[in-house]
Write a protein that binds this ligand. Structure first.
Ligand SMILES: Nc1nc2c(c(=O)[nH]1)N[C@H]1C(S)=C(S)[C@@H](COP(=O)(O)OP(=O)(O)OC[C@H]3O[C@@H](n4cnc5c(=O)[nH]c(N)nc54)[C@H](O)[C@@H]3O)O[C@H]1N2
Ligand SMILES: Nc1nc2c(c(=O)[nH]1)N[C@H]1C(S)=C(S)[C@@H](COP(=O)(O)OP(=O)(O)OC[C@H]3O[C@@H](n4cnc5c(=O)[nH]c(N)nc54)[C@H](O)[C@@H]3O)O[C@H]1N2
Ligand code: SF4
Ligand SMILES: [Mo]
Length: 697
């Protein structure tokens, strides 16, 4: 038997992209450790340590498959790659010829590493209809940032005196970023956490505001009111860089502490104490959860209300505040992306139809270069404003959509559906052709900050496979390049293969692919300097007025409130007294990725609804009682988990349970009109004991 060999690779279960030292013996990964030279500094999270469970999951798709049963039935026959490519190409090119390239929608789930390739692939096919899971994640927060300051911005946690985390709990969702909390503590900076749940981060905070989900906007407007009343604002910055201050100042007067207390459900005394923290620490920054704050009907406006606080105090584009990650001058990049934007833009079709969702979500469509996937099922089923005949997807998990019965119905009716995934799932079971993708351990990968979120934005890296692709699986990037040739795409870079694409993205970076391939270490991009806070202000922000917009001229033009107005996120439905918070993160889950693995069974074997013990008593529920959660749309049944972590009147359910799909009970049209985002976290519901389904205690 051979000795094990150390291979450097990366964990791509989440976009943290932690470096992994994989020990390989007889072609199999036998052990994993965190790479010491990477940002994760020798550590992995519990999911990364379970990489072997992930790579060797029993339900891996082994060969290309052709559907032989009904859609959704899961009956397939194995076919060759050649047959699969030919069949997909024949279908897609036929729809393109008959209905135009826009009749094909290209969609990807959470995975990020191949996105530049896939986006260009859609463009080269001739359509703007490229959409992603980011129709429900992150982009609404980015939109709010763009509407305020013209670009995405990040919280400069390392240099701040007060960090405000709005729906921020890295212990569950961003493991290695919790180091930032230690840094804050060591410096003596303050921590203010705004979260409906009592989380590990909330327990470390100087103050925790346990507000009702979806009411962050009202809280932020109260803070604005308080800061103005206490003259804790930056007059000079406002005069030079802020648009709409007078209107804003007038509006926030409607949010005195009593009203904020009534809306948020938090005590007035605590709200005042929190507001005073902002007065006492003029240098503060805010980090907004990319999911929890966006998943409300008022999501974009709530986040704008939060960001407005950095505008009025001059904490925008300033050290210790919220710092732009892109540069105002489009020719200069603050975040040092390599040539990925140019790679995508090169083949952008000039004569394509408006993207899916453009009519319903015009602000999204203007700001985001992707279709709004929450309109996909409607357009497939209704065929307006033009028909969608085929979906080609990389890693589609239709269960993650609200009201997903409608998307499954659309996938049942569509003319052609092809899906590429590592594992067989319910969505792939609807596909006509299924292709097997491999994991990050089995592929070459070019990494830049664009795809490795926590990677140093000044560096690039190229990794070779640690093991051969399992069964007949292939890397998504190779699949796209090979398929582009079968499609006769006029794109010599894509058809030349992955390395040619990586070389294109590298060509202005000053490092060659050959140099990158000679080392597994990240290489610093020559000549790139970190962004210097204040530079964007000097150029003028990339907003219509060139200023930080408290009143958004983009929103005004589209007929929305220009101010970050507060409206309730939820319907006031008297018969549905509970607030359902559908979704959240657990350290050992990652969406659907560990569903068929031992990891799930060890930590949370049963599908559970978190409910406050006081509510439970009223409803005659014990730990483990069967409980029905009913919305006006549908109902599910699961077990009660009694916990004071959830406030009274709320019930919280994770979204990934295979047997209790909380997204199936959320109406598909309950969306934020500005972003199109689903309102997973402000759903009205009833909670009751389900008779006769007790768990054996
Ligand atoms: N109720 C509720 N719903 C939610 C949320 C919530 O908070 N509450 N959160 C939303 C958010 S923020 C997100 S990001 C989405 C996440 O939802 P999804 O994007 O659906 O997430 P996953 O299930 O992790 O991944 C989708 C598919 O990609 C496959 N996959 C993994 N790696 C690869 C790969 O390298 N190649 C290919 N081809 N396939 C791969 C997986 O096996 C899976 O089938 O869910 C959204 N839905
Ligand atoms: N382990 C693990 N990590 C993950 C993921 C995973 O599936 N598993 N998914 C990744 C993805 S795709 C995403 S988008 C991120 C999301 O990561 P986070 O943004 O951290 O998302 P959540 O854990 O859903 O929510 C964080 C906190 O926000 C609170 N919250 C809920 N609603 C509100 C609200 O209206 N206002 C406020 N102030 N707080 C609220 C919740 O109680 C929770 O404590 O996590 C990523 N990391
Ligand atoms: S944080 Fe993400 S990338 Fe890092 S080990 Fe965990 S799952 Fe893998
Ligand atoms: Mo997400």
């Amino acid at each position: 038997m051979e000795q094990s060999e150390l291979k450097k690779c990366v964990c791509e279960i989440c976009l943290a992209n932690c470096g992994v030292d994989a020990y390989v013996q007889d072609g199999r990964v036998v052990r994993v450790e965190g790479s010491r030279e990477c940002q994760n500094r020798g550590r992995l999270c519990v999911k990364g340590y379970a990489s072997r469970e992930y790579i060797y999951r029993e339900d891996r798709i082994r060969t290309p498959l052709r559907r032989v049963g009904a859609r959704g039935e899961g009956k397939f026959e194995p076919i060759s790659w050649e047959e699969a490519y030919r069949e997909i190409a024949a279908h897609l090119n036929r729809y393109k010829a008959e209905y135009g390239a826009d009749s094909v929608a290209f969609y990807t789930g959470y995975s990020k590493w191949y996105r530049t390739m896939f986006h260009r692939f859609a463009h080269s096919f001739g359509t703007l209809n490229y959409g992603t899971e980011s129709s429900s994640c992150f982009q609404a927060m980015r939109m709010a940032n763009i509407l305020c300051g013209g670009t995405m911005a990040r919280a400069d946690i390392a240099n701040t005196d007060l960090f405000i985390g709005w729906g921020y709990n890295p212990f569950y969702s961003g493991v290695f970023t919790f180091d930032q909390i230690d840094t804050l503590r060591e410096k003596g900076a303050k921590l203010l956490i705004v979260d409906p749940k009592l989380t590990p981060t909330a327990q470390l905070a100087d103050l925790h505001l346990q507000i009702r989900a979806g009411t962050d906007g009202a809280l932020a407007l109260f803070f604005g009111n308080y800061l103005i009343a206490h003259d804790a604002i930056d007059h000079d910055y406002i005069a030079r860089h802020v648009h709409g201050f007078a209107e804003y100042a007038e509006y926030v007067r409607q949010f005195p502490v009593e009203r904020a207390a009534e809306i948020t459900g938090e005590r007035a005394e605590k709200l005042n104490r929190a507001a005073q923290m902002l007065v006492d620490c003029p240098r503060f920054c805010s980090q907004v959860g990319s999911a929890p704050l966006t998943h409300h009907r008022n999501g974009v406006q709530n986040i704008r209300a939060v960001l407005a606080l950095s505008g009025i105090t001059g904490n925008y584009d300033r050290t210790g505040g919220n710092i732009p990650t892109e540069f105002s001058d489009p020719h200069i990049n603050a975040d040092c992306h390599v040539g990925d934007a140019e790679f995508i833009a090169r083949t952008r079709p000039a004569d394509a139809k408006p993207k899916i969702g453009s009519a319903r979500f015009p602000v999204w469509s203007e700001l985001i270069g992707e279709f709004q996937a929450m309109d996909l099922s409607r357009q497939i089923l209704e065929g307006t404003p033009y028909p969608i005949k085929a979906v080609f997807a990389l890693g589609m998990n239709a269960r993650m959509f609200p009201g997903n019965d409608r998307l499954f119905q659309a996938l049942e009716q569509i003319d052609f559906f092809a899906d590429v995934d590592i594992f067989m799932n319910r969505t792939a079971a609807y596909a006509d052709i299924v292709l097997p993708a491999c994991t990050s351990f089995e592929r070459s990968q070019f990494q830049s900050a664009f795809v490795g979120a926590y990677m140093n934005p000044m560096t690039v890296r190229y990794l070779s496979p640690a093991i051969q692709p399992l069964y007949e699986s292939k890397s998504d990037a190779d699949i796209l390049c090979e398929l582009s040739a079968y499609l006769d795409m006029d794109d010599p870079v894509l058809t030349a293969g992955y390395d040619a694409c990586a070389s294109f993205m590298l060509r202005k970076v000053g490092v060659t692919l050959a140099e990158l391939k000679s080392t597994s270490r990240a290489t610093r991009i020559p000549g790139k300097e970190p962004y210097f806070p204040g530079d964007n202000a000097a150029y003028g922000y990339r907003t219509p007025t060139g200023k930080f917009e408290l009143t958004s001229e983009v929103l005004r033009r589209h007929g929305y409130d220009a101010l970050p107005t507060y409206t309730p996120g939820e319907d006031d439905v008297p018969d549905y007294p509970f607030l359902l918070i559908a979704g959240g993160r657990l350290p050992f889950h990652f969406h659907s990725r560990f569903q068929n693995s031992g990891l799930k069974d060890i930590f949370r074997p049963e599908s559970m609804a978190d409910i406050n013990p006081r509510d439970a008593r009223r409803l005659n529920l014990r730990q483990g009682s069967a409980v029905t959660i009913e919305t006006p749309y549908h109902s599910i049944c699961l077990k009660a988990n009694l916990t004071y972590a959830v406030a009274e009147g709320s019930v919280s359910v994770y979204q990934d349970y295979p047997d209790a799909d909380v997204n199936s009970i959320i109406a598909p049209d309950q969306l934020d009109p500005i972003s199109g985002f689903p309102t997973y976290r402000s759903v009205r519901c009833r909670v009751s004991r389900a008779a006769g389904k007790e768990r054996a205690q």
